[in-house]
Design a protein around this ligand. Structure first.
Ligand code: AMP
Length: 239
């Protein structure tokens, strides 16, 4: 796989849909390196940041996240809207009209972990014209077998796996050298519950995007297997 960066010639507004642990974070990070015009928004990272900072939203979300359930849609939408606004992609209009304000056509981005439900997708359709939905597929047995080796650099969201995507120095982030941690919500039971929840909620979500004609499936047992296929498809569509 070539490490050269690529220029997007069309705005790419990408969503990654995939079971927790499928490598959405890893793919996002690789896409950002490959396509420097892309920005990333990870709903899980934003939530964990709110939990760490003990914001009102974080305090509400913490118990839900630890139980492996989904945070309520309204809370997620507020979170994503304010993230779009902070990046200048959505103007600060009054609450009554903000959900129909079109997003800047020049914004190319990748959403990681949002939307997870049809209700969230419907709300997102009104504020952002998403044009590429990637369904990342890895068998659940493969995902469960690699959880224990998953390490995260919390400030950046960079994800490592000591099995196949190890940090250069053990326990240290490649970029900053700061310590890596295992996420508090990384217990096996929580993961089983998350995988089940994903199966329940993703079917309708994928059908929603299938109907819109922007859904694309990619399969692999590891991120390294998936990345080259994903790069090739984005280059075909947007470069
Ligand atoms: P993630 O890092 O994407 O696996 O997210 C971690 C946890 O944050 C999930 O298990 C949910 O509790 C919560 N979460 C993240 N994104 C969403 C979303 N789009 N809708 C609801 N809950 C979410």
């Amino acid at each position: 796989m070539s490490s050269a960066t690529k220029q997007l010639t069309k705005a790419a507004r990408i969503i990654l849909v995939g079971a927790p642990g499928v490598g959405k974070g890893t793919q996002t990070e690789r896409l950002l390196t490959r396509f420097p015009q892309l920005a990333s928004i990870s709903s899980g990272d934003i939530l964990r940041d709110n939990v760490r900072r003990k914001t009102p939203l974080g305090l509400k979300a913490e118990a839900v996240m630890q139980s492996g359930n989904l945070v309520p849609d309204s809370m997620m939408l507020d979170l994503i809207s304010s993230e779009f606004k902070s990046k200048g992609w959505l103007s600060n209009t009054p609450p009554s009209s903000q959900r129909t304000t079109p997003i800047s056509p020049n914004a190319s981005f990748i959403l990681d972990g949002f939307p997870r439900t049809v209700a969230q997708a419907g709300s997102l359709d009104k504020i952002v014209p998403v044009n590429f939905v990637v369904h990342l597929l890895t068998p659940p047995s493969v995902i469960l077998s690699r959880i224990g080796s998953r390490w995260v650099h919390e400030p950046s969201g960079r994800v490592y796996n000591t099995g196949f995507n190890a940090p250069k120095a053990p326990g240290k982030d490649d970029v900053t050298g700061e310590p890596l941690t295992q996420r508090q919500d990384d217990s096996i039971d929580t993961w089983k519950q998350r995988l089940q929840k994903f199966e329940e909620t993703s079917k309708d979500l994928l059908e929603h995007y299938g109907r819109q004609g922007c859904l694309w499936r990619v399969e692999g047992d590891s991120s390294d297997e998936i990345s080259p296929k994903l790069f090739a498809e984005i280059e075909r569509k947007f470069c």
